[in-house]
Ligand binder design. Structure first.
Ligand SMILES: [Mn+2]
Length: 409
């Protein structure tokens, strides 16, 4: 991605920051010398810098006269080059991020001092990417800052970042389309390789294979490949069950491209043909999926979509002879129908904020019936446009006939 994108993100954030304020954002912390394969950059840090390096920070300073961005990166260790290669240089960091002022991370306290004494508030991003490391380090640093600058108010920049990151720019949508397109190919590979008797992790391998073959080594999240009763566990990630012949397989999966996520769920019969009951339940969920997608447009909130979904699911559950009273619906449907999607599979969210053009959200109704060893979820990724919406995952088959036809081949 071009450095102009990251420069403009910082510019937009500066517009939201009050005068005499600081912003501190940290990269993911890692003690590994070289970056681990599964390294996940802190999304806010990436959004403001474009950098995929660990142990770095960005300091923003705003007063009436200036908007200043200062980047702190790790020093190169010549003795370690033969083992882990060179650390990113200041020149390269500048090329990627567009940031002019770059120092080494050990210089952070000294530089911070220059600006902290004349600032009133510090927006410190202490949200951890991984449990433990980043949070702990951040909290130590916050404690340090409050000790040295007791008058400096510490606030979280979350609300600003939610505003900025929820409206996707052209480059971001391009990346998400690519992530979805690779996910489409990988789901096709997964479905066409499915045979009763296989293990769920074998199916997972077919999904991962196609992602890696397309240079999407990083996935948006650990794939959920859940057959039969396992599909009634919402966040089933073990993928260790044996796929029986007469069950449905629920795949909730997504590739990542340039840090941007896809998040797709498809459900299909292990042996290639839906039973009558499976068809009934599947079609009920598909109808809700389509009805809710139709509702997506500027002005509506995620809460509106949820209320509408619950209404439709209640009707469906009665028709499927699963419930008699409305309030029993939670036994078979118990999650949100939608969440924002972007740098994170579950992007920053405000359930009551009206949708606007540029938002990308999922629509993912489901019905889960443990006593029938059957779970169905159908999830698409939807871009909110000026006049309504665009289904970014419309090419990933979800009609009963289409799925059965693909599996016949
Ligand atoms: Mn999702």
């Amino acid at each position: 991605m071009d450095k102009k994108f990251f420069t403009s993100n910082r510019k937009q954030l500066f517009k939201l920051l009050p005068d005499n304020s600081l912003g501190v954002f940290s990269a993911t912390v890692s003690d590994a010398g070289s970056l681990p394969v599964d390294f996940e950059q802190n999304a806010n840090f990436f959004y403001l810098t474009g950098l995929r390096i660990a142990n770095a920070q960005i300091l923003l300073h705003k007063n009436r006269k200036t908007n200043l961005s200062i980047l702190f990166i790790e020093r190169n260790i010549p003795e370690m080059e033969v083992w882990i290669g060179k650390k990113l240089s200041k020149e390269d960091a500048k090329k990627i991020s567009g940031i002019e002022h770059i120092f080494f991370i050990d210089e952070f306290p000294r530089i911070l001092h220059t600006y902290a004494i004349s600032s009133e508030v510090c927006f410190y991003d202490h949200k951890a990417n991984k449990i433990g490391a980043n949070l702990t380090d951040s909290l130590f640093q916050i404690k340090d800052i409050t000790t040295h600058y007791p008058a400096l108010k510490i606030l979280h920049p979350g609300p600003f970042m939610t505003i900025l990151r929820s409206v996707k720019k052209v480059d971001e949508i391009t990346n998400m389309k690519k992530a979805i397109s690779i996910t489409n190919d990988a789901i096709h590979n997964l479905i066409t390789h499915t045979e009763p008797g296989m293990m769920e992790y074998e199916l997972e391998a077919h999904f991962r294979y196609e992602c890696i073959r397309n240079n999407a080594k990083q996935l948006a999240f650990s794939p959920i490949i859940a057959s039969g009763e396992n599909a009634t566990i919402l966040h089933y990630e073990k993928n260790v069950g044996k796929v029986c012949s007469d069950v449905l397989v629920l795949a909730d999966v997504g590739a990542k491209w340039n840090e941007y996520c896809a998040d797709i769920s498809r459900t299909y019969p292990a042996n290639g043909t839906f039973t009558k009951r499976q068809k009934e339940v599947y079609q009920a969920v598909l109808d809700v999926n389509k009805a809710i997608i139709k509702k997506v447009k500027p002005g509506i909130t995620l809460r509106d979509l949820q209320e509408e979904t619950v209404k439709l699911i209640k009707k469906a559950l009665k028709k499927l002879n699963l419930i008699k009273k409305d309030e029993e619906y939670k036994k078979y449907y118990m999650h949100s129908v939608s969440h924002p999607l972007g740098l994170q599979a579950h992007d920053l969210v405000d359930h009551d904020k009206k949708l606007e053009a540029g938002n990308v959200i999922t629509v993912e109704p489901g019905i889960y019936i443990p006593e029938e060893k059957l779970g169905v979820r159908i999830e698409d990724d939807i871009l909110v446009t000026k006049d309504g919406h665009e289904n970014l995952s419309k090419d990933i088959p979800k009609e009963i006939n289409d799925i059965e036809n693909i599996m016949k081949k």
